[in-house]
Design a protein around this ligand. Sequence first.
Ligand code: GRF
Length: 292
Amino acid sequence: MGAAAVASSGTGLRCALNPALNQHKKGARLSLAAKSQQRCAVTCGRLLLRPNARVCTAASASASTVMDSGAWDSGVRRKRLAVFVSGGGSNFRSIHEAALGGKVNGDVVALVTDKPGCGGAEYARCNGMPVVVFPKSKSAPEGVSTDELLNVLRDLKVDFVLLAGYLKLIPGELVKAFPRSMLNIHPSLLPAFGGKGYYGLKVHKAVIASGARYSGPTVHFVDEQFDTGKTLAQRVVPVLANDTPEQLAARVLHEEHQVYVEAVAALCEDRIVWRDDGVPLIRSQTNPNAYT
Ligand code: GRF
């Protein structure tokens, strides 16, 4: 790809856009607002795992963090994130705010949506982020194909894809392009109440109807089916005797905003390690021998 064009704003946006991406923009498939609060500062680092580490595989393909004396190197490369949203985007907002506030070592560089008018897309436009519509549909003819989306994500040098209330199944080609680099959040304790048809209030209605006394969000890696990838993090909330689905949803959503930010923070600091049986663990930021 050729030299990058740079979109910038008074607040410091530095998102490289190459000519191919600009073509998407011209085709009204990707919108870039004039202002942004994003920073895309990039620094470099490397990862050294202890020789006797029981868990030994770095989470991201980059394997580029430092952990030589138990301390995390502040020079870990800042990651580039694409968030996929179909609705209001409150998880997207919490991740974006955490990135701006320094809790997440990354920058949201694109918002992908199948619903160009949704709250998450509006928020992205207001904050100067490129909005990519995917997939193409009757109601969204401006949408891009899987190949075009992959090109856009490559052009933006996206490290990680974060699904945050994106309702479409992710095509296998896209899953394969981001090995161990795509997360989703689901509002139940998977593997319970997950899979096709379990979304929104339907999840919470089913939880209440089952008599379960506990629920909570799950952050998991994405595979080619709905909600079946390996679990990375969970939080538990009580299901109260008189809960409505809306009340339970609000209690779970509050925890979603915490746990997704914590999981994404770990991902962006290369603190995910993979157990021999393929289960991902989060290494503590303060104690390199502790995992959750
Ligand atoms: C959340 O409940 C999330 O768990 C699910 O979709 C919902 C998205 O909510 N995957 P929001 O758009 O982030 O507010």
